[in-house]
Ligand binder design. Structure first.
Ligand code: HEM
Length: 151
């Protein structure tokens, strides 16, 4: 097994899963505080870090994962833990680019328009937190799959 690929793969995974966990906990604290300024800043940070941090570390994780499989004759993309890792990467990417990203942009516009107290914004914030919880659980499940390597 190529130690450089594995090291970079695990560094990518740690940076991705660790930051996602802390960002989610921060989000729950900000929502519980029910403060418009903090909520707006939290979503601005979400927009800032998604393209400058989360996408690069996710791409590093998957690129080094693929390199590991291609460089090792005992590993196949059909290995259950590998296909689960790939599926998780795709699901997380779709959740991020297809839902969390656009929703964050829409929420920021509504917060800038002073709609913080409206039931629509409050329920939209809850929906974003729910989807982000599901994504985080899937990320943690992938770490377990990568260590246990079922099948
Ligand atoms: C969310 C995405 C992923 C996360 C969080 C993740 C995390 C990890 C972790 C923590 C390890 C170290 C496990 C250990 O040493 O016991 C690992 C190993 C590995 N990962 Fe991933 N991984 C992900 C996606 C992928 C993908 C997409 C691939 C392949 C295309 C992949 C291929 C591998 C391989 C080949 C190993 C080495 C397994 C071994 O030690 O035999 N991973 N991964």
């Amino acid at each position: 097994m190529n130690d450089l690929y594995l090291t970079l793969h695990v560094i990518g995974a740690v940076a991705w899963v660790g930051a996602s966990t802390l960002f989610h906990i921060t989000g729950r604290r900000v929502v519980a505080a029910n403060d418009q300024q903090s909520l707006r800043q939290f979503f601005r940070d979400g927009e800032y870090f998604s393209t400058r941090y989360f996408i690069p570390v996710a791409l590093l994780t998957v690129a080094m994962g693929v390199a590991l499989v291609l460089s090792d004759k005992y590993l196949e993309f059909s290995d259950p833990f590998v296909s689960m890792g790939l599926t998780m990467f795709i699901v997380s990417f779709v959740m991020g680019a297809g839902f969390l990203g656009p929703q964050t942009g829409k929420l920021l516009k509504r917060l800038d328009a002073g709609e913080f107290e409206t039931p629509a914004v409050q329920s939209q914030v809850k929906r974003v937190l729910t989807v982000s919880s599901i994504e985080l659980l899937l990320l943690w499940a992938t770490v377990v799959v990568m260590v246990v390597k079922p099948g």
